[in-house]
Ligand binder design. Sequence first.
Ligand code: HEC
Length: 701
Amino acid sequence: MRSAHPMFGSHYKLRCLHRLAALLFAAAALHGCNGGKPADPQNSDWEWLGNSAEMQHHASLSTINVDNVDDLELAWWVEMPNVDGLVGNPLIKDGVIFQGGPSGTIFANDVKSGKLLWSYEDTADFSTASLSGYWGRRMNRGVALSEGKVIITTGDCRLVAVDQKTGKKIWEAQSCDSTQMYGISAAPRVGAGLVFTGNACMDSGTTRGFVDALDVKTGKRRWRFYTVPGDPAKKQDSPLYDMAAKTWGTGWYEKSHGCGSPWDAMTYDPKLNLLYIGVGGPSPFDPSKRAPDAGDELFTNSIVAVDASTGAYKWHFKQTPNDGWNYDASVGIMIADLPIDGQNRRTVISVPKSGFAYVLDARTGRFISGSAYTQANWAKGLDAKGRPIPDPDGQYWLRPGQANIVVPSPAGSHGWEALAYDPENHLVYIPNMVMPTKIETDPAALVGGLLMDFYYGSSGDPKWKSYGEIVAWDAVANKVAWRTRTDLPINGGLMHTSGGLVFQGMADGRLVAYNAKTGQELWSRQTGGAMRAAPSTVMVDGKQYLIVPTGNGAAAATGSYFSKYNSTLQSRTPPRLLAFRIGGTATYPPLAKVEPVGRPSASRQDAKLARKGKVVFESYGCVDCHGMNADAVGGRIPSLIRMPPSDLAHVKAVVQEGAMSKNGGGMPQFKDLTDEEARGLYAYLVNEAWDAHEKKGAFKP
Ligand code: HEC
């Protein structure tokens, strides 16, 4: 591979010869043959989620580099005692890997051998949780390390801090209320002696988003910042929310309680002591169902800066007014010092779900530059202040009853998966998901009156194709430098190293290294499991290790909704942790064996009834856990095409009456389900099982 790129390779080698010559004259002995950079330390940590507070997912290590990446091999792999898959980014300190797992589980493994040193298992009671709580429980996107503690969030809205050495619990604290539509989906963030956490409302609009800051030492709450105003019939918490409430339009509260989930990105700026919060969209997400005279609906789809120590509001920047696509600002916020107009400017780089990337002044929130880095048919571009120029193409609510294609999809042009950054060349690396989505307004759809087909891009329409990319976006030049392409759109987060490499774990199970300057693929290995986490890298006793979790790539991330886009059947393996280093000698783990779908015991059901059942399955949120076509990715969630309900009574008992909701397995009760809906569900599940058995119908990976 590398020989196809002689320029870069030989350039490196020349520099190495140079170094050898220099060695004769002593002095540079410590600098090694690594392209002129200082030698890597013997030992290093990956202590912050993004390796530093700035969330750049960059390591200034170059022991593994473009010249020797061919020799990067597996050092060890271990299976992890957790059924639901691992998706969170691993943190590493003093030779120990700290990995979060679903249901508030923490694992500590030795970085050199993979040996499990201790684990912490949370015991939450979910019997009273809302759907959001149930859903959050399957989710874990990582832990935080601070002051000798490992901090994790649980699905039922608590934070737990345990001792880094022993795994013993030190404190726990309640943040949101999981009996309401609240769950926590993100890794906690830390800074200024505090732990920051947000929450998710599952786009329901019944709850009010907020960020809590807790004392790292005690878990005591120091401040709370609400992302949207409260009930306008009551006094607002402060003049800030009087101002914000005015931007929601007439009668907004009857139609929408706001939502504004800060469900992932919050980035702490140690230089300015600010916390940049990314706020999610308003709900319901069809704007024609919200106030007709709505303004900016603050602070949804905005970056908000608050004083990290007090939570006091500093500035905000609105990205997507009149949001109809769920284009949250809650993902991808990093800090970078950039050379702009001859000055060194502290900036916030925000890459929301909308397909645009923004550079903002970190002190004031003022727009510096920004542009679309991918297809985006909701806006034609940005004006001088960074406000979008609307494109009616994407405004599906203008054409009720018609099929409309929107891109990015409401899942976003990228999700929570890590962005990476090359501080030398100012390149921001974005794991882009192109998933053209068909949206139809349909009053019969239970949630929000919308029907969405996220898989439209694989339906054969030559105009709209789904695929995945890494986009390298130059934050100074405000333009795309290069892009890669893969078939499956939802892949893992990214990491950049000073060895000139960008790493990404793929939905198909490959871990890939790209040339950071050109995007050329230099190296890949089949790890045997789908990936959503970004790899982390550290030095241990003079060797550089790369650590990545794999397996059931979706089970613990967004449920199974997108399972056909973020894993293959073969990559739905048990959760594993893998370590790579130059000259590793371990044998690679196997891919999953896939049994054909068996013959259902019940006969095919009425197609019309099944069609109704499909709508129920998707609008009640069954699809979020059990997956598209009822084909879950695994873990504790059964694939219903592989075990379709034996009869209607079973559906009623499990779903309506909640026969399984008390056993701790995670199946919620749906009390409001009508008998007719239950009949539809039964017909749908049986027919899906027949389709899978006969290999008919829907898109199969
Ligand atoms: C929050 C995730 C989640 C949601 C939402 C969800 N389920 Fe489940 N479901 C589960 C889990 C987990 C189990 C296995 C529970 C256990 O083993 O105790 C399960 C079990 C089941 C079973 C029993 C399978 C068997 O025979 O053992 C059926 C049927 C089922 N779900 C149907 C549905 C339907 C229909 C919906 C929507 C109305 C739904 N589920 C929504 C997680 C979910």
